[in-house]
Every structure is written in C-alpha cells, then in structure tokens.
Design a protein around this ligand. Sequence first.
Ligand SMILES: *[C@@H]1O[C@H](CO)[C@@H](O)[C@H](O)[C@H]1NC(C)=O
Ligand SMILES: *[C@@H]1O[C@H](CO)[C@@H](O)[C@H](O)[C@H]1NC(C)=O
Length: 406
Amino acid sequence: MVFICIWLFATFFATGMSLDNGLARTPPMGWLTWIRFACNTDCDYDPNFCISEKLIKEMADHMVQDGYKDAGYEYVCIDDCWLAKERDENHRLQPDPKRFPNGIKHLADYVHSKGLKLGIYEDFGTKTCAGYPGSEFYMQLDAQTFAEWGVDLLKFDTCHSDAHDNKEGYPAMSMYLNQTGRPILFSCEWPYGELQQNLSSDYGPVRKYCNVWRNYWDVLDDFQYVKNIVKFYGDNNALFQKYSGPGGFFDPDQVIVGGIGMSHYQQRAQLAMWAMFSAPLMMSNDLRDIQNEARELLLNKYIISVDQDPLGAMATRVWVINGLELWVKPIVPKGSLAIVFFNTKIFGSGTPISTAASDIGMSNPKGYRVTEVFTGKDLGIFKPETNLTARVFTTDAYMIVCHILS
Ligand SMILES: *[C@@H]1O[C@H](CO)[C@@H](O)[C@H](O)[C@H]1NC(C)=O
Ligand SMILES: *[C@@H]1O[C@H](CO)[C@@H](O)[C@H](O)[C@H]1NC(C)=O
C-alpha cells in the first residue's frame, strides 16, 4: 500500500493565544479522585474509600513513595463531593467538616510538604454535578478562597448551568483567578458543557482563558469509552490540532491505567493515545492497590516523554483501515516522530503490520533510531526503505518513537 505523505506538512501548531499564567507549558500530570472514588461520602461505612482528607493524603504519600512524583506526576486533585452542603455565614465555601476536619489549607500544606500540588473542584452553575454549592454568583469570592487555601489547580465543571453562558462565565473565572495573584491551573469543562447542550465550541477563546479543557463525555473504566473518545478526536483532528500547544491542551479525561474494567492491553492503548494527544495525564486509580504492570506502564519513560514533548502537538490520524488506525505525532528534535497503531477491533488475533518506514512518516533519508515504547526495545536504525513488522492485538496499540539522526 502506498500512502500520501502531505499530512506531515499539514500539521499545525497552536496559533491561538494561550492563557498567560505560566502554567501547563507541558500537559499537567497527576491524580484525580473521580472515576475510581466517585462521590463516596460515607466515611462511617467505607472509611478507606470515601472522599476525605485521609484519602488525599494517602494518595499524596504513594505518589512520592512509589515513584510517580519522580516520573512527573505532580497534581493531587479532588473532584466533586468535598464540599459541605452549605456555604458558611460569610458565603464562603467550606469543606465537609467531618471528612476534611482540618480544612483545605491544612491539606494543601501537607501536599506541598511532599513537593506536590493540590487540585480542587467547583462548578460554574448553581450547584455542582452532585448537588453541592456551585460558584454561580460567587466566582470572585471562590477564586479568593482557593488562593488563600493554597490551591494550585481548579477543575471548573459545567453542571446546572446554561452553556450559552460559558463564553462569559469561564473567562470571568479565569480573570478572578488571575486577580488573586496565585498561579492556579485552570481546567475547564466549557466546551464539554456546550457539547452536552448541542452548541458549537470556539476553541480560540477557550485556549485564551483555560489551560486544559474537556470537550467530550466522561471516560469510564471500559474500553468502549476510550474508543469513543479517540474517534471524536480523530474525526475533529484538523480543528483540534490548531489549538494544542504549550499553555493549553485538550483534555480527553482521566487515565484509567490501574483500573478494574480494562485489560492491560487496553490500558496501554489508552495511555499511548493520550500521550499522542498531548493530553493531561490525570490518573484515577487506587495507588495503594495497583498491579505492578499498571504501575510500570504509568512510569514508562518513553510514553511520558511523548506526552510531555515540548511542542505539545496533537497527533495526526493518518488513516483508518478496517478498524486499525495510524497516528503520527511530531516530537523534538525536529523531524522526530512518535507513531501509534491503534486497533479498535474486538475479535481476531490482531492485525499484522508490514510497512516501509517511509509509508508511516519516516521519510527523511538521514534515518531514525527507533525504540519500541512498551518493551523499551531498541529496534535499531531505520532508513525510509526499512521495513517495520509488528502485530497490533485487538483493543491494543503498538507504539514506537523515532528519533531523527543528525
Ligand atoms: C495575570 O495575567 C497577566 C497578564 O496576562 C500575567 O502577566 C500574570 O502572570 C497573570 N497572573 C497570574 C497569577 O495568573
Ligand atoms: C442534543 O441532541 C441530542 C441528539 O439529537 C438530543 O437527544 C438532546 O436532547 C439534545 N440536547 C439538548 C439540550 O438540546
């Protein structure tokens, strides 16, 4: 098969202005409660799994002890269900007093003492998704409160709001965060809210006011959700490529590596694709109880370096043939590539690949040093005419990095 190679030249880098708070120069990495711990608030019945100070501290401890921090994971993030049901008498947000007995400032100090950063959650609407007090009418006060507590990241959800208002509301919150003087990474659900209400999204302003932004349905611990997200990113590939780059990144949602519902192959396929998207790597798993192979995958230095590549590019979906997809991402040094074959098929013994290097993007006559990402195996020097052979199993990915020779 012969493939046309103009796509490599069609790769754009983020043209739009990005949020000027010095953060997210590469995609943020960390951990988030939601998919694994959801809105479990019953600490009497389920003390080790409820959303609480104890849970967050234990995750912070494991991030340091088990090598995640050294690998680049930095933000420990609380999603919905940390709040008390009411604001205090001065209209300030307050955490649930039983589950966060020492308050959020104390928790932020603890997380900072480990060399990590704390993320928190609120909602642009009148209530959070789970029904706790929302920020509508209180955004300035809430931004100040988060800054005073020492919060480093705000995930700002979009439930219980009219998405027509997102284009005013999110920039307003971005401005209030800026006015606190504390750099707070701003994670927006602005375009996702528009999608849910069938409105189109304008990513120029989104990139200008947010560091990362969700624009599709939640991932759940099931490969079908990963496939749907990859398809959405593929179908909108040319548009999204224009807005991904240092300072601002698309957020396809949490990383479920170390979860329960996906096979090891499916987990590595998710992580490979997220790295190709330059996506935030926010794990949602239980770091106290995780399979070794999942931990090794999360710490895989080749995947992390593709995700954290300084260009921050969104990969190109080059083709889709019989359920097999070829994705290529430019990385540094200039001319280098990361390549993923992503197989969405759910039966059969996988798809064998046999292709000239030039047909999958390695067309520079200088040649490339090629490394297999999951095994770390050095495949040697590839010239454009060198043949690559591999097998891509069902619901799996095959990933290589190709560093151009000088
Ligand atoms: C606020 O915005 C200004 C201008 O864009 C920028 O220089 C500054 O670093 C921002 N401050 C914070 C805390 O985000
Ligand atoms: C958006 O479109 C879907 C599918 O056409 C429909 O089911 C849903 O009700 C719509 N939502 C809104 C808020 O209009």
